[in-house]
Design a protein around this ligand. Sequence first.
Ligand SMILES: *Cc1c(COP(=O)(O)O)cnc(C)c1O
Length: 307
Amino acid sequence: ISQDKSIWRFRNLLPLLSHTPPITMGEGGTPLLIADGLAKIFKHKNLYIKNETINPTLSFKDRPVSVGVTVAKQFQFKGVVTASTGNTGVSTAAYAARASLPCSIFVPKSTPKEKLSLMRAYGAIISEVEGTFSDAYTLAASAANQQELYNLTSTFLNPFALEGDKTLAYEIYLQLGGVPNWIVIPIGAGPLLVGCYKGFKELKMSGKISTLPRMVGVQARGCAPIVRAFEEGLDDVKPWVKPQTIAGGIADPLTSYPRDGTRTLRTIYESGGLAIGVDDNAILECVNLLALKEGILAETAAVTSID
Ligand SMILES: *Cc1c(COP(=O)(O)O)cnc(C)c1O
């Protein structure tokens, strides 16, 4: 396809064999919008929104999942599996369908029913799990081992997924014609934030840019293991005991893999950035604010970055 605006325009920078056909639906290439309405309210200058809601399955997860499912095909896996609070599952189900691969998804019981029906529509097999995202994570990992499925859970389990995430940095650089001072990203375990920073570091190594952005990770106060460690000035993240927030998409207590949070925390420190917590009331306010001032309807997890 000529004039490819998808993440696959960066194919030379993705670690895949040259003959592997991508499993793609035009993910990425999302607009970077000037956000003057919000900028006025928050008294900011030069505020932009990277609108990831217009990806094929409506979240940025299509970036890592497109690369991940392509890799699953390349290495001839018999199927894919993921743990998900919603968006990774919907994305993986869709891309697996496109690749003719069976797809198993483990979700916490609290996952919104609308997201489950989307996964089902794409033919995925869904297991609803008692407990949190971390419990789903453990079950997905053992299914991957026992049934030799390719695991696309959005943590740091899958290094290829991170390569999909880094395309966000390339796009921001090209659209802005430079490097933003700050980038604010809602985080669960944080692969999007770490992947994005990796992309900018590659641009710096290649001599295209000379500065790096400061990375800000945002979590809901009701499940904020990375923010807590940041506020206490610690080097390591500890799991969160009782997650309780309406922002289910980023409610990752990191129960058996706190090191994933530590990796994100140290990336934030390295960049000279921040980790910030927002409470549920503020999150709901931001859903309204983003819709009323910018014309973008986004889910609770996504708007934490506005607060
Ligand atoms: C997955 C997700 C996040 C968190 O991203 P991670 O890379 O898993 O930390 C934030 N917002 C939305 C809407 C998501 O789907």
